[in-house]
Design a protein around this ligand. Structure first.
Ligand SMILES: Cc1cc2nc3c(=O)[nH]c(=O)nc-3n(C[C@H](O)[C@H](O)[C@H](O)COP(=O)(O)OP(=O)(O)OC[C@H]3O[C@@H](n4cnc5c(N)ncnc54)[C@H](O)[C@@H]3O)c2cc1C
Length: 358
C-alpha cells in the first residue's frame, strides 16, 4: 500500500545548500514547497562539510570577468562559458542573499570588508570564509536550516529516500506527478505529489575508493533523473580535493585548499617541495594539476605530506582537531617527519549497487 501525501507546488529532494536555497527562494515567491531528505534537517550533507568558503568577486578591483577567466583556466578551458558567465556574474548577489538568510561571513578587522582567502587558481584573494575558521559549511547550513524552519510555506519531511519519479495517470486520482519515497522511519512507500520536482541530491564522489564526500553521494538522484528521461551533461567531470588526511578513514577528512592558499607546502618524505617543478603557480596550481602531481609522486614511490608549520593552524579548527585526534600536531610536526598527513584521492571506482527502479 502506497500512501499519497499532501500535494504541494514543488517537491525538492535533498536538504543541502542547493535544496534549501531553492526552497527558500520558491517560498518567498509564494510557492508551497516540500523538502524531502534521507536524514534529519540538520543531517549529513556535503554542504555542511565545506571548509574553505565560497568564491565571489566582491573585493575592490575584482570583477566577474576576472573571476570567469580564472574559472575557465581552472577547468583547463573545458568549462561551459555561459554557465561560468552566469555563476560569476551572480555570485556577489548570492552572497547578499546568503547574508539575508543569516550566514555570517568573516570580516577583515582593518577595513570591515569581507575577509578573503586565496585558493588554487584564483589570481587574487576571492574566497569568503565563515567567522568560525574552516567551518564555512557548518555556518552556511546553520543559517539555511534556521531560515527554512521559519518559513511557513516550507514543509520538511526527514527519513525519505527518493526511489522514483512519478508521472502517471490513475483512474482514481487522475494525473499524478511527484516523487515516490521509501520512508525509512516507517519502512513504507509514499508518493509526494507536486507540479514540479527539483532533484538536489548532491554529487557522485563517494563512488570512488578514496573520497572526502559523504557516503550517500553515489548519484542516485542523477539516476532517477536519467530514468525519467532527463538528458545528463558533463558526467565525466568529477572534482577531487587534492589533499586529505591519510588516516584510513572513509570518507577521508579533508585538508582544505585554503591551507595551501595560506602557505602550506606539499613535500615528499625527505622534505623536497615538488609542486614548482609541475606548474609555475606551484601549490596554487589548478586542483587537477595538483592532484596529478601528488599521484605522480606517489606512483614514483614517494610519500607525500603537507607542511603547515608556517601558518596559524588554529585558524583551521576542523583540520587541527582531526590531526590532533590522530596524534599529529600540524603546527609543530614537520609534515614529513612522523606519518603520512596527506594522501591523494585515488580515482578508483568502487563497486556500487544502484537502487532498483522504484
Ligand atoms: C569535505 C568537502 C568540503 C568542501 N568544501 C567546499 C568549499 O569550501 N567551498 C565550496 O564551494 N564547495 C565545497 N565543497 C563542495 C560543496 O560542498 C558541494 O558542491 C555542495 O555542498 C553541494 O550541495 P548540494 O546541496 O548539491 O548537495 P549536498 O549538500 O550533499 O546535499 C544533498 C542532499 O540530498 C539528500 N539525498 C541524496 N540522495 C537522496 C535520495 N535518494 N533521497 C532523498 N534525499 C537524498 C542528502 O541527504 C542531502 O540532504 C566541499 C565538499 C566536500 C565533500
Amino acid at each position: 500500500m502506497i500512501k499519497i501525501e499532501e500535494n504541494t507546488d514543488v517537491v525538492i529532494v535533498g536538504a543541502g545548500a542547493a535544496g534549501l536555497t531553492s526552497a527558500l527562494q520558491l517560498a518567498e515567491a509564494g510557492r508551497s514547497v516540500t523538502v524531502l531528505s534521507e536524514a534529519e534537517l540538520d543531517g549529513i550533507c556535503a554542504s555542511a562539510w565545506a571548509q574553505g568558503g565560497i568564491a565571489a568577486a566582491v573585493a575592490m578591483g575584482d570583477s566577474a570577468a576576472a573571476h570567469g577567466r580564472d574559472t575557465v583556466k581552472a577547468a583547463a578551458g573545458t568549462a561551459d562559458r555561459n554557465v561560468v558567465r552566469t555563476l560569476t556574474r551572480d555570485a556577489p548577489d548570492y552572497i547578499k542573499i546568503l547574508e539575508r538568510y543569516g550566514v555570517v561571513f568573516k570580516r577583515d578587522e582593518e577595513n570591515g570588508g569581507f575577509a578573503l582567502n586565496h585558493e588554487a587558481c584564483h589570481s587574487r584573494r576571492r574566497v569568503l570564509r565563515a567567522k568560525a575558521g574552516d567551518g564555512f559549511g557548518k555556518e552556511l547550513m546553520r543559517a539555511l536550516t534556521s531560515a527554512a524552519a521559519q518559513q511557513e510555506n516550507i514543509r520538511f519531511v526527514p527519513f525519505q529516500s527518493a526511489v522514483a519519479l512519478v508521472r502517471e495517470f490513475t483512474p482514481t486520482l487522475g494525473a499524478l506527478s511527484g516523487v515516490m519515497t521509501h520512508d525509512r522511519s516507517k519502512n513504507a512507500f509514499c508518493i509526494y505529489p507536486a507540479a514540479a520536482v527539483i532533484l538536489a541530491t548532491g554529487g557522485i564522489g563517494a563512488l570512488y575508493s578514496h573520497t572526502t564526500n559523504p557516503a550517500f553521494a553515489t548519484g542516485r538522484g542523477i539516476a532517477l533523473a536519467a530514468r525519467a528521461g532527463a538528458v545528463l551533461a558533463d558526467m565525466e567531470f568529477v572534482q577531487f580535493h587534492p589533499t586529505a588526511l591519510a588516516l584510513e578513514r572513509d570518507p577521508a577528512p579533508l585538508a582544505t585548499e585554503a591551507l595551501r592558499g595560506d602557505g602550506a607546502l606539499l613535500v615528499t618524505q625527505d622534505g623536497r617541495r615538488f609542486m614548482p617543478s609541475y606548474h609555475p603557480r606551484a601549490e596554487l596550481a589548478p586542483r587537477d594539476i595538483v592532484s596529478r602531481a601528488v599521484f605522480a609522486e606517489l606512483s614514483a614511490g614517494n610519500r607525500v605530506f603537507l607542511d603547515c608549520r608556517t601558518l596559524d593552524t588554529h585558524e583551521f579548527p576542523a583540520l587541527r582537531d582531526a590531526c590532533l585526534a590522530a596524534g599529529i600536531d600540524p603546527q609543530t610536526a614537520p609534515g614529513f617527519a612522523r606519518q603520512s598527513i596527506l594522501r591523494k584521492n585515488f580515482a578508483v571506482p568502487k563497486p556500487v549497487r544502484l537502487p532498483s527502479a522504484g
